[in-house]
Design a protein around this ligand. Structure first.
Ligand SMILES: [Zn+2]
Length: 304
């Protein structure tokens, strides 16, 4: 574990949101009062998690390969494909970080791209190779040797896990060809779908909102082109390689994040969300209803 200052605004006076003890490990989650970023402080490294002897499943690093898992990943892919329609072009060199079972990179290949995936988990990497014939670098992204630039980089539900998201985004930026695009999806702290007990987890270090991720992207040389915010669960962004801009979220944003965390503690039960989120039709029609924010309506005052 390592004590950090807010990686978005360098403030080191986080407001505690929650504290929970896992075996001998006390995990404190804080909200940055100036920018609204939520994160564990001290931050958790892979070695901390390994010391607890947790299963891959508890760490979300290896979804067991079961029909139900595949179905869930397919549904997610359908949402991502809809968001990226008319964006992805044949002939592109693409790189997906944390490609898991390989469905998204396979979709890129089927659109005429030359897809490469990076996946640390051996079982998932083997599945992706065997099932789709994908080229997979089986490694952590931090350690992977990648000797090409890419027109399109993608990473779905990964950035919330890493201990240094700025370094993660900067490395992606260094791999981007001029005008290259980046696609990210991550849970939205303004609209969680899971129960209040499960919003903050050992697996995730960072809890982004559209404004905090947009600002971190700008600070690492990515200009957001389009954001899609689902009614509940997650949000997706498409960003283009650009100059570095020191953008911060609106000062009121931290309060908005705080209010939505507090509201979720009761709303999840009062609105029977625990019941509804299990119903496929409701999930499709309500949970994954979305609002799009094009570049001009962007940055930072995105409200949900
Ligand atoms: Zn901050």
């Amino acid at each position: 574990m390592r004590k950090i200052a807010c990686p978005l605004c360098q403030n080191d006076a986080g407001r505690p949101v929650r504290q929970r003890i896992y075996h001998h490990l006390t995990v404190t989650t804080v909200l940055c009062p100036t920018c609204g970023l939520v994160y564990h402080n001290p931050i958790l490294e892979d070695s901390d998690r390994q010391a607890l002897g947790l299963s891959h499943r508890e760490l979300h690093t290896n979804e067991a390969i079961r029909p139900r898992t595949l179905q869930r990943v397919r549904q997610r892919l359908a949402r991502q494909a809809a968001f990226l329609e008319h964006v992805v072009q044949p002939g592109w060199q693409t790189l997906e970080i944390g490609c898991g079972l390989g469905l998204f990179s396979d979709w890129l290949n089927r659109h005429g791209c030359v897809a490469v995936g990076v996946e640390p988990d051996r079982q998932q990497a083997e599945f992706a190779r065997a099932q789709f014939g994908l080229e997979i670098i089986q490694s952590r992204f931090e350690d992977a040797v990648i000797d090409r630039t890419c027109n399109f980089l993608a990473s779905s539900h990964v950035i919330e896990h890493v201990p240094e998201p700025r370094a993660f985004l900067s490395r992606l930026r260094a791999l981007a060809a001029p005008g290259g695009l980046l696609f990210l999806e991550t849970p939205n702290i303004l609209a969680p779908k899971v129960s209040p007990r499960r919003v903050f987890s050992l697996a995730h270090n960072f809890y982004f909102s559209p404004p905090t991720l947009t600002a971190m992207l700008a600070q690492t040389g990515w200009q957001v082109v389009k954001t899609r915010v689902f009614y509940q669960d997650s949000f997706m962004v498409l960003a283009r390689a650009a100059h570095v801009h020191d953008i911060r979220p609106d000062p009121q944003h931290a309060e908005e994040v705080w209010q939505s965390i507090v509201r979720h503690r009761t709303a999840y039960y009062l609105r029977l969300m625990f019941l509804w989120r299990k119903i496929p039709l409701w999930r499709r029609l309500r949970m994954y209803r979305y609002q799009d924010f094009p570049a001009r309506a962007q940055p930072i005052k995105v409200s949900v």
